[in-house]
Design a protein around this ligand. Structure first.
Ligand code: PGA
Length: 265
């Protein structure tokens, strides 16, 4: 099964010209550095701001899928400023990020809203990438601490409510402890074995609900301040379906180095 690399541009770049030249540069970087095989081995999913999706589709690098960073919880109607699942589908978008901590925090999104978005995405054959993770850790807490597991399991319970057994393989989970995300104050990269424990816990959550075989098909990624240097730490990660990269994916040089190092994993 292909590993997944999600590139979340967040609210960058500032102009359409910068978006165009990033994509052109990205394509030639892949060629120049002979990274075609790596790109083919991964499902690379670029999440540009909505407004750049259509033009990026036109100059889309080969083997790069395009996703959206969010979606409306309403399918249709008078909801000024909103973008629906059906609109995204009509553009050729394949993936939609939902429940990112920046949206939970800045736009007060609740698990219930995220659940509606996920069900709508699945209805329109879009693959939701659900972000889960705790805001902070108390001293001595780890991925097996009751409080931490309860937060993540509650997010999974509430955000995936009503999802059918045959839809589960279309959902991607990104474990992103909020304290590890670059936009958090004093963010730090999580410890690899601790990440592994949480990935196992998440897989276990799927196993108890959908059985072992179905659970094995769910992609569970890690995200949080991944960059060209620390991605190598994840070499020892036994369970590794891929990564979600934010800030480091907004700079072509940095992203190039992330890809070059990914080749070594
Ligand atoms: P980061 O962001 O890599 O900048 O920490 C990850 C994300 O978009 O969630």
């Amino acid at each position: 099964m292909k590993k997944i690399l999600i590139l979340n541009w967040k609210q960058f770049p500032d102009t359409k010209d910068q978006a165009d030249s990033f994509m052109t540069g990205f394509t030639s970087f892949i060629k120049k550095n002979k990274l075609e095989a790596l790109v083919k081995k991964h499902e690379i999913v670029l999440l540009p701001p909505y407004i750049f999706i259509d033009r990026i589709m036109d100059i889309e690098a080969k083997n790069v899928s395009i996703g959206a960073q969010d979606v409306s919880r309403f399918n249709q109607g008078a909801f000024t400023g909103e973008i629906s699942s059906k609109m995204l589908k009509s553009l050729g978008v394949k993936y939609v990020l939902v429940g990112h901590s920046e949206r939970r925090l800045n736009f007060k999104e609740k698990n219930e809203d995220i659940n509606t978005k996920i069900l709508n995405c699945l209805h329109y054959n879009l693959k939701p990438i659900l972000c889960v993770g705790e805001n902070a850790r108390n001293k001595n807490e780890n991925s097996n601490s009751f409080r931490i597991k309860k937060i993540v399991f509650t997010q999974l319970n509430e955000c995936l409510k009503g999802i059918k057994e045959d839809e589960i393989q279309d959902v991607i989970i990104a474990y992103e402890p909020v304290w590890a995300i670059s936009s958090s104050a004093n963010s730090k990269v999580a410890d690899v074995s601790d990440v592994e424990t949480m990935l196992i816990n998440i897989r276990f959550w799927f196993e108890t609900r959908f059985g072992k075989d179905k659970a094995l098909n769910v992609k569970i990624l890690y995200g949080g301040s991944i960059n060209k240097d620390n991605i190598l730490n994840f070499k020892s990660l036994f369970i590794n379906d891929g990564f979600l990269v934010g800030k480091a994916s907004t700079n072509l040089k940095e992203l190039g180095s992330v890809l070059t190092n990914l080749k070594k994993l």
